[in-house]
Structure formats: structure tokens, C-alpha cells
Design a protein around this ligand. Structure first.
Ligand SMILES: Nc1ncnc2c1ncn2[C@@H]1O[C@H](COP(=O)(O)OP(=O)(O)OP(=O)(O)O)[C@@H](O)[C@H]1O
Length: 684
């Protein structure tokens, strides 16, 4: 029962849906439709965005927001493919097949199976399609953010590891299986990477692996690059099998598996041991409080390897889709992991660090939606002195966002320090003898008086009775999520093993591994977890410039290597990338219960957080279609030179705004004969 709002809006012409469109296609029939069988409402949206992009020569963005499992990825992918079909492609670098292949690769390497979905995204992405002067797609550029790097070694209840592991273990050829030493798999794996056991699952994973191989071929991954990818994945698998001693010296539990891990990574066993466990100097350098446990060392290496692998795969995708052709404008499709709350799947547990990172990103996107829909629109009307009687919604996501990411004040305030959770965590990490408890107390104390609604004052963050737990009032208080901060210090402290992963790969004795991970250009690393910072075309350089700027100004330049500040900066980068583009927000909702029934309460909560009624009210009362004076001039000059002549004569005697108003009145009187509908056009 996906995308319910679409049904309510079924009779509404698309032009009335305004720039902030709610997800508008009917449920897929038991997966019988492939994602690119665009339903009519999607085709209409694609057409509208395309015509607007070509007509205004401005960048546009499509951003899907909502809970996990509500169809954001499906919607974004369907939109991208339909847009490509609508526009057509040129230059041979981009095609529907290549883009579909990219989705297949990303699904395997960036998704896990969860109670909500068989492929739940664990990375955020911005995929930009660049169009040339003829309006044809000429290139694609993928930028990714992996906010939580620990997924590869920490198994969340009910979730699998990244899908690619099961696919590889089920489908890799006998020859490669021998090379990767995957014939006799040990029973336990500390990262929870297990081969599929049921026949049906095995078959599905093998088919998915065959699809993945075909997709890599389509994207021109060379045989050597594919080999390097399997070696790194197998290396991570064997590291998980090697495990770490819980007591005593920092070392592997299974030396045999560690030896095998070293072998497939092209690293001597002793060297791997050193890279994983022996980094006293680096620990000093990064002031790692209390030293790392053996398990943290092994996990750090695995997380570092997977981060490097994912970034390299994004580079290979960009190599396949990029083109130096000059382009006119772009459409950016934004997809991020959805909001997750253990309560949605009736789990008793509290949420962890991974959920906080992704829920925070969703809040940032919602805040962007709120600002664009209400704040900017009202500001424009005020600036243009247009009387429009509308009330903005009482609440906004800003309170929760600042409870998480508010930076420290430049000058110490007398009435307390209101910095957000990420900054408090960052500071406490550097304070000797600090604990997660003191972090919690500081954040709850600073943010417990925030009102999310005029009539009810509820704190943005509230300390729970359970030790080390707090509740964050996500979705403007509609969807509170209880977090457990236990062990967060270990996750956010700099982990020298993760940093050593790059050296292990670059000094591998396996030529293909070494070649793939040795950087082609030497640029200072911005932030681990960011992918797609390469590209030679003018547009990709611009987009990468925006990200570099985000990471190089003010506090960002100083703290960008801190794990928790990097989460904020990656979210900033994503928002900055799309800030200048004309946005369309796809609010995805789902009301499906686990038994397949209709969960009305859940639907109500989701609809409430979309603020759809206020948005529609503002849209209907105001002037959603508007253009700048310069656009107006271009537009009408092309349409009718006599009209522009008249405009010029009026412009001499009045100010420009007055001239435009008079012209509009004339156009309106004469509308039928000249067929220019401009009465709802406001200019500035
Ligand atoms: N309109 C629809 N009707 C029925 N099922 C759908 C629809 N859209 C998506 N689905 C199914 O719902 C599941 C979740 O979809 P998808 O992965 O797109 O969600 P998501 O919002 O991107 O999730 P996450 O945030 O966890 O990545 C998939 O199995 C998908 O096939």
C-alpha cells in the first residue's frame, strides 16, 4: 500500500502539485513491473522537470524522503530511467542499460536486506544527469556518502551484511573460489557474513551474482578490476573469520584465517598483523582514548577496506558514465537511507549509531523541504510585496536538526552551551576520563526546553530512564526514536587500523589490487566515506568544488577528520550540492503492516510529517509559477517581438516592475488571441 497520497491526488492536475510533489504512482503489482515501466503520473513528472530544465537552462533536483522501505530508491531509479528515455542520449557514454547496470552494482555493494526491504540502502547518493544543448543526456556523475562505515562488521538485528557478500559466496566460479580460498568456509564469522543456506536463497543469490557480473561488464570494469574487487571482499570475509581475542594480547583468534586474509589481500601475515594491531604511534597521534580493543582493531581494518572498495567502485562507475562534452544543465536525483526506528518493526531494542546518522540525514532533507516550501516562498512574497494570506506550519525539523548538529558558539555564551550531540560527542572524545553518560547529560540539558509546537512544549531530546539512552523527537515529534549510546565512543574515535587499510591495499603484492587502489592523482583526502570526487567535465568539477568548499571552510577545515563531524559535513555537502537546483521533493509513505494490512496510525504519522495540507494551501493561495525578470524578458522576446517593443516603451516611462505589471494586464486582456497565459506569472 505504497504512495497513498497519490490516490488522494489522483484527480488533481499535475501542475497544481507544485514543486513539492508527493510520491505519485500506484503500488507495483507484486513486483510484476520493472522499475522503468513508468506509470502515467511519473511520466508526467519527468516531462515537467525535463521541459522546465531545457526551458530555463537551470539545474533541477529530485529528492526522495521518507521512512525506510517506503520506495524511495525504487522511485528515484524509475524517475532516472524514465528521464533518460524521454530525453534520449548522445555520445555513447550514457544509456539506459549503463544506468541500470549502475543501479545493479550499487544495490549489491550499498544495500542490505532488512525487515522493510530486500535491498535497504546504507549510503546516500546524488546521481547527476548532464544534458547538452540539444536537450540530450550526455553524461552521468555519481557522488556518494557512506555515513556509517561500520555496517560491514556490525550486524543490526534482522539485517544482513551488504548483499554482495552472500552473492559472491553463492555465485563465484570454482576457479575463483579456489583462488580466494572460499571452498571450506569456517562456521563462525565475527562480522556476521554467512553464505545463504536455503536452496531458494542460494539460487536467488547466484542469479543476483550473475546479474552483477553482467552489470560490471556493461560498465566496462576490466577483468583485473573485477579480480581486485573479489580479493578485497574475500579478504574482509576471512578477517571476519579470523576474529579477535576478547582478553589478553591484541591478536586474531584464528591465525589460519588471518593468514588466508593476508594471502588474498596480497599482504604478508606478519604485516597484516602489524597493520591491524600495532599502531601505538598512530594512537598517540590521534589521541585515541584508552586504546583500542582487539575487536575494534579488526573491525577498523574491515571497515577501512570496505570504504576504499566502495569509493573505487564509484570511481569506476564514473569512468564509464563521464564525458567531457559541454553540457547545458543537469538533473540531480538524490536518494538517501530512510528514517529507521526499531518500533516500526515492533522491536524492543533502542536504535544505534548507524540509525542516528541516517535519521539525521533524513531530518536535514526534511528541513530543506520545509525551508524551500514555506520559508523561501513566504520571503519571496514579502520581498515582492505580494499579499498572500497563509500561515506556515507551527513546527519544523530545525529543532531536532540543531539538537544533533548545532556547532559550538564562537564566543562562549553565558547561558550555557547549546551545541548539538555530534559536537558534544566530538569534544567529549578529546576530554580525558569523559564518558557517554556525560555526553548524554550535556545534550539533554541543552536541548530539553525546545518547543516543537506552539501549544505543546516537548524537548527535542529527552533522557530516558534506561542508562545511556535518550529519545530524539524525529519528524517534528511524530516519530520519537530511542537511542542507546553504549559503545559510541569506540565507533567515533579515530581508528588507526581503518587508516592502515589504504596502505595494505596500495602495497599489495597482487598487481590488480595494487593498481586499482593506487590513486591516479594526488589530491589531499577530504573525508573517508565520500565517493565520486573525480571527473574531468566542467559540471563534475563544479559539483566536486561544492563538496570541497563544504569541507574546507571554518570549523569544517579543522574538524573534518573527526568521525562525528564528518557525518554533519557529508550531510552539508549533500544539501549544498542541490541547494541551487530547482527542487522537487518526493514524499514517500507506506502504510503496510507486517501482516500485509493497513496501518492507519503509521500512515497518519507520515502524512503529518510531510506537512502536505499546509503545502497545498500555500500552493493554491500563492503563485507557484513564477519567473525572474531576466527569464521574463528572454521568454517574451522570443515569443513576440512586438510585445517586447511595447514593454520597452513602457519601461522608459515607469520603473521595470510597473512596466511588467502593465504589460501583464495587456497580455491578460488579449490572452485568447495571443495564446500566452501569463496571468499567474509573477515577476521579480
Ligand atoms: N510503489 C510500490 N508498490 C509496491 N512495492 C513497492 C513500491 N515501491 C517500492 N516497493 C517495494 O518496497 C521495497 C522497498 O523499496 P525501496 O528499497 O525503494 O525503499 P527505500 O525507501 O529506498 O528503502 P531504504 O530507505 O531502506 O533504502 C522494495 O522491495 C520495493 O520493491
Amino acid at each position: 500500500m505504497h504512495n497513498l497520497i497519490s490516490r488522494a491526488k489522483a484527480n488533481m492536475p499535475l501542475t497544481h502539485a507544485g514543486p513539492n510533489l508527493v510520491n505519485l504512482w500506484p503500488p507495483l503489482q507484486a513486483h510484476s513491473k520493472s522499475v522503468w515501466d513508468a506509470p502515467p503520473a511519473l511520466s508526467a513528472l519527468v516531462k515537467r522537470v525535463y521541459v522546465s530544465m531545457v526551458g530555463t537552462r537551470r539545474d533541477h533536483s529530485i529528492c526522495a524522503v521518507g521512512r525506510s522501505g517506503t520506495g524511495k530508491t525504487t522511485a528515484s531509479q524509475a524517475f532516472t530511467l524514465a528521464l533518460l528515455q524521454q530525453a534520449g542520449a548522445t555520445g555513447g557514454k550514457i544509456s539506459s542499460e549503463r544506468v541500470q547496470a549502475m543501479f545493479t552494482v550499487l544495490r549489491s555493494f550499498g544495500c542490505v536486506s532488512s525487515p522493510h526491504s530486500d535491498a535497504s540502502s546504507r549510503f546516500a547518493s546524488v546521481f547527476s544527469l548532464d544534458f547538452n544543448h540539444a536537450g540530450r543526456a550526455a553524461a552521468g556523475h555519481l557522488q556518494t556518502m557512506m555515513l556509517d562505515k561500520w555496517k560491514v562488521c556490525h550486524k543490526t538485528h534482522g539485517e544482513s551484511n551488504f548483499l554482495v557478500f552472500a552473492q559472491m559466496l553463492a555465485g563465484v566460479s570454482t576457479e575463483m573460489r579456489t583462488e580466494l580460498q572460499l571452498h571450506q568456509l569456517p562456521e563462525s564469522n565475527s562480522f556476521g557474513i554467512v553464505p545463504p543456506t536455503k536452496v531458494e536463497e542460494k539460487q536467488r543469490a547466484s542469479v543476483a551474482f550473475a546479474k552483477l557480473l553482467a552489470a560490471m561488464e556493461t560498465l566496462s570494469f576490466s577483468a583485473g578490476e573485477q579480480k581486485a574487487i573479489w580479493h578485497v571482499l574475500a579478504g574482509i570475509y576471512h578477517l571476519g573469520a579470523a576474529g579477535a581475542c576478547k582478553v589478553g594480547r591484541r591478536q586474531f583468534v584464528s591465525f589460519d584465517s588471518a593468514q588466508v586474509a593476508g594471502g588474498v589481500l596480497g599482504c604478508d601475515g606478519e604485516d597484516l598483523h602489524t597493520a591491524v594491531f600495532k599502531h601505538h604511534l598512530r594512537e598517540e597521534e590521534h589521541r585515541v582514548g584508552g586504546g583500542l580493543t582487539a575487536a575494534q582493531c579488526v573491525e577498523g581494518m574491515a571497515a577501512g577496506l570496505y570504504e576504499e572498495l566502495f569509493t573505487s567502485i564509484v570511481s569506476l562507475i564514473n569512468r564509464a558514465l563521464s564525458s567531457p562534452q559541454l553540457t547545458l544543465a543537469s538533473v540531480m536525483v538524490v536518494d538517501a537511507p530512510g528514517l529507521r526506528n526499531p518500533r516500526h518493526s515492533a522491536e524492543e531494542r533502542a536504535a544505534g549509531w548507524s540509525e542516528l546518522c541516517h535519521n539525521y540525514l533524513q531530518e536535514r532533507l526534511l528541513e530543506q523541504y520545509h525551508t524551500h516550501t514555506f520559508t523561501h516562498t513566504r520571503e519571496r512574497y514579502t520581498q515582492e510585496k505580494i499579499p498572500v494570506e497563509v500561515e506556515s506550519p507551527e513546527n519544523s525539523p530545525a529543532d531536532v536538526v540543531s539538537a544533533i548538529d548545532q556547532p559550538p558558539p564562537q564566543v562562549r555564551a553565558t547561558d550555557g552551551d547549546p551545541r548539538g550531540l555530534l559536537w558534544v560527542l566530538d569534544e567529549e572524545l578529546m576530554t580525558p576520563a569523559s564518558s557517554e553518560n556525560s555526553t548524554l547529560e550535556r545534550v539533554c540539558h541543552a536541548h530539553d526546553v525546545v518547543c516543537v509546537c506552539v501549544c505543546v512544549c516537548v524537548p527535542a531530546v529527552r533522557q530516558c530512564e534506561q542508562p545511556l539512552q535518550c529519545e530524539v523527537n524525529h519528524l517534528m515529534g511524530c516519530d520519537p526514536v530511542r537511542y542507546d549510546l553504549s559503545g559510541w565512543t569506540g565507533l567515533i574515535q579515530n581508528n588507526p587500523s581503518a587508516l592502515n587499510a589504504t596502505c595494505v591495499l596500495q602495497s599489495s603484492t597482487i598487481a590488480e589490487v595494487k593498481a586499482m587502489f593506487t590513486p591516479k592523482i594526488s589530491l589531499p583526502p577530504l573525508c573517508r566515506g565520500l565517493g565520486g570526487l573525480e571527473g574531468g567535465s566542467q559540471r563534475s568539477l563544479q559539483r566536486n568544488g561544492t563538496i570541497r568548499k563544504t569541507f574546507s571552510g571554518g570549523m569544517a577545515a579543522v574538524r573534518r577528520l573527526s568521525q562525528c563531524i564528518a557525518v554533519k559535513l557529508q550531510a552539508d555537502a549533500l544539501v549544498n550540492l542541490t541547494r541551487r537546483a530547482r527542487p522537487v521533493f518526493l514524499q514517500c509513505v507506506s502504510a503496510k503492516t507486517r501482516g500485509g494490512g493497513l496501518d492507519v496510525a503509521a500512515l497518519r504519522v507520515q502524512l503529518h510529517s510531510t506537512q502536505i495540507l499546509s503545502a497545498l494551501q500555500l500552493h493554491r493561495t500563492g503563485y507557484p509559477e513564477h519567473m525572474t525578470l531576466s527569464d521574463f524578458r528572454c521568454h517574451f522576446q522570443a515569443l513576440s517581438p512586438p510585445i517586447m517593443k511595447r514593454y520597452a516603451s513602457m519601461f522608459i516611462s515607469h520603473d521595470e516592475r510597473k512596466a511588467v505589471e502593465e504589460l501583464l494586464v495587456e497580455l491578460d486582456l488579449d490572452r485568447k488571441s495571443i495564446a500566452v497565459g501569463a496571468s499567474r506569472v509573477r515577476t521579480r
